[in-house]
Ligand binder design. Structure first.
Ligand SMILES: [Zn+2]
Length: 591
């Protein structure tokens, strides 16, 4: 067992247990109910009737004029006359001023690390088009930070400043020496520290390398660049922790941002990184106080501060009452997260061939035995695996382990049949071979693509990181679909903004922000395929088969938009705005 509360000071153990207890026990997974019509309210009458333009996202019946809802579920779709028998005196009618579309699904975003950085200085490529702007912005910000307080910045991306130096401690010491300066890479796989920040974190030239992380040194001296979560966590560990109030406010702020893009369900892709296992109880507490604006599915991180082995981490989650599919339909624990390699734009993704201008293609975060151990720890408890695999060698590395282990767990004997349908995922799977996609389909692993890698970083991948041939194989939604895989698109927020319709637009067009050219034209998909990847296929990947399309029996999760993406030009999807969202037929967000 391990002390998993070391990362938080504000939440007492006494308060966690009741919250978990009140959160309910394991619920029937959504996919067991998918497609089955819900029992209508007494008398078969709707409590809510939505009338207007409805785009269902269901290819079998793509449009409707009215939607009847009872107890949070859709009980009828069709013309207003069709639904007459389902309404009564108690039925409320709403006629939204816009197109009703299914609530969008964000299958991989980070709430916890993102809320930690909400107020950090923005040194993204958008805010700082030139490398010099990064340093200038940091210096200007340092002037406003009280003495002794750390200067914290986020979204730095060296891959978008080719030819410029790394952001080392020497450069950051020129920003400030009297306080810690920490800059987080946009990928969140790296951070950059000045000398005061290293000192404050207790990291010295003699500090041993943390397992799975890197404290970069040149000639035995720390450069201030640290890589991967275990090392980044060391650097951040002694910063002032956010208070419970900060966290509560941050979570609502982040989820409201998602809802403003039409999202009604999301997967938190690394739960436990900020406040350990208590993060689940905090989400339930918040949702209990006032319903969250977006449903949250959590992926429990397989590395926790205070734990030494994957089995310890698994035991800590279990001891906190966090087991597969536990919680409720607003906050549910669904997956086991593993990070097999780093960031491609940070040149720490693991590739079969070297990076441009280097003689190495990076490395994995685990030994083959270590990866199997951490996978087993999740599989033994019945979790869906969610494995970050960025480069093609990482995909190969994890796929070989999956091919070996998953058959040993197929079928299982848990008595509820879930083990045979866990829908394991590879996250990003940014570059893949044809053979890997076919093998993923047979192994029972599906990919989720950070599709806007293509839009924002496509030119950097093509010109300076991977070269044109590999860059054309980024985020192969068309090939994955041909291989029989159900794939989704995600933002990896706050690596990119949560904007599912923009990601879907990129999947159709594959145009680059930098020069407007098309990258990997063979990987373009149809509008319907792209939209499925942010609705029904993404819902399937988060075990929410009763969401993602508006059909009888599905949950009444929908958004009101100013255009119907299913019938409008994909080049304009980015500009579609959302006025409102509903969860279970109840307003969740209003613009
Ligand atoms: Zn991620």
């Amino acid at each position: 067992m391990c002390d998993t509360h070391s990362a938080t000071t504000s939440l007492s153990r006494d308060r966690i247990a009741p919250a978990i207890a009140s959160a309910g026990v394991a619920v029937e997974p959504a996919h067991h109910r998918g497609g089955r019509p819900a029992s209508p309210a007494a008398g078969g009458r709707a409590d809510l009737l939505v009338v207007g333009r409805i785009a269902t996202g269901d290819p079998a019946a793509p449009t409707a004029e009215a939607m009847a809802i009872s107890d949070g579920r859709i009980i009828g779709l069709g013309s207003a006359a069709d639904l007459d028998a389902l309404t009564g005196p108690a039925t409320q009618t709403v006629a939204p001023d816009g197109v009703v579309i299914p609530g969008l699904i964000e299958p991989h975003a980070h709430i916890w690390i993102s809320l930690l950085t909400l107020d950090w200085v923005d040194v993204s490529h958008v805010a700082c088009p030139r490398f010099d702007d990064v340093v200038t912005t940091l210096k200007a910000a340092a002037a406003h930070v009280p003495a002794g307080q750390p200067l914290l910045a986020k979204l730095f991306d060296p891959s978008l400043y080719p030819g410029e130096p790394a952001l080392t401690r020497d450069i950051l010491d020129r920003v400030a020496t009297d306080r810690p300066v920490i800059v987080l890479n946009a990928s969140m796989h790296f951070a950059y520290a000045n000398t005061a920040a290293l000192d404050a974190a207790g990291i010295t030239d003699a500090t041993p390398q943390p397992a799975g992380g890197t404290l970069e040194k040149v000639d035995g001296r720390l450069t201030g660049v640290v890589g991967e979560s275990p090392a980044v966590t060391m650097l951040l560990a002694r910063l002032p922790r956010p208070t419970e109030a900060d966290i509560a406010r941050g979570i609502r702020q982040v989820l409201t941002e998602f809802a403003a893009q039409g999202v009604t369900s999301m997967r938190e892709a690394m739960t436990g990184t900020l406040a350990g296992v208590s993060e689940i109880a905090m989400l339930h507490q918040l949702n209990g106080a006032a319903r969250l604006p977006v449903r949250v599915s959590t992926a429990q991180f397989s590395t926790l501060a205070g734990c030494t082995t994957p089995a310890d981490v698994a035991a800590a989650w279990k001891a906190a009452g966090v087991t597969p599919f536990s919680g409720d339909e607003m906050v549910r624990a669904d997956a086991w997260k593993i990070v097999a390699d780093g960031s491609n734009q940070g040149r720490s993704g693991y590739f079969l061939q070297p990076y441009l201008g280097e003689n190495t293609g990076g490395h994995a975060n685990w030994t083959p035995e270590g990866l199997r151990e951490v996978m087993r720890a999740g599989l033994d408890d019945g979790w869906q695996l969610m494995i970050h695999t960025n480069g093609d060698a990482a995909v190969e590395f994890a796929l070989e382990a999956a091919e070996e282990l998953l058959p040993q767990y197929a079928g299982g004997s848990t008595g509820d049949g879930r083990r045979g349908d866990l829908r394991h995922r590879f996250e990003h799977a940014s570059v893949t071979t044809d053979d890997q996609l076919v093998r993923m389909a047979s192994a029972g692993v599906s990919p989720s693509f950070l599709m806007d890698h293509v839009y924002y970083w496509g030119a950097a991948f093509r010109d300076t990181i991977l070269g044109p041939a590999r860059a054309a194989r980024l985020d192969r939604l068309a090939s994955a679909s041909r291989a029989g895989l159900r794939a989704s698109l995600h933002s990896d927020y706050n690596v990119t903004k949560v904007q599912p319709l923009h990601a879907a637009q990129t999947a159709v067009l594959r145009r680059l922000e930098a020069d407007g050219t098309v990258l990997g034209p063979d990987e373009r998909v149809t509008p319907a395929q792209a939209l499925a990847a942010v609705t029904t296929d993404a819902a399937w990947q988060i075990h929410a088969d009763d969401r993602g399309a508006l059909r009888v029996g599905a949950r009444a999760d929908f958004a009101v938009a100013d255009a119907d993406p299913w019938t409008s030009d994909p080049a304009g999807w980015h500009d579609i705005s959302v006025q409102a969202t509903y969860i279970d037929g109840v307003p969740a967000y209003t613009a």
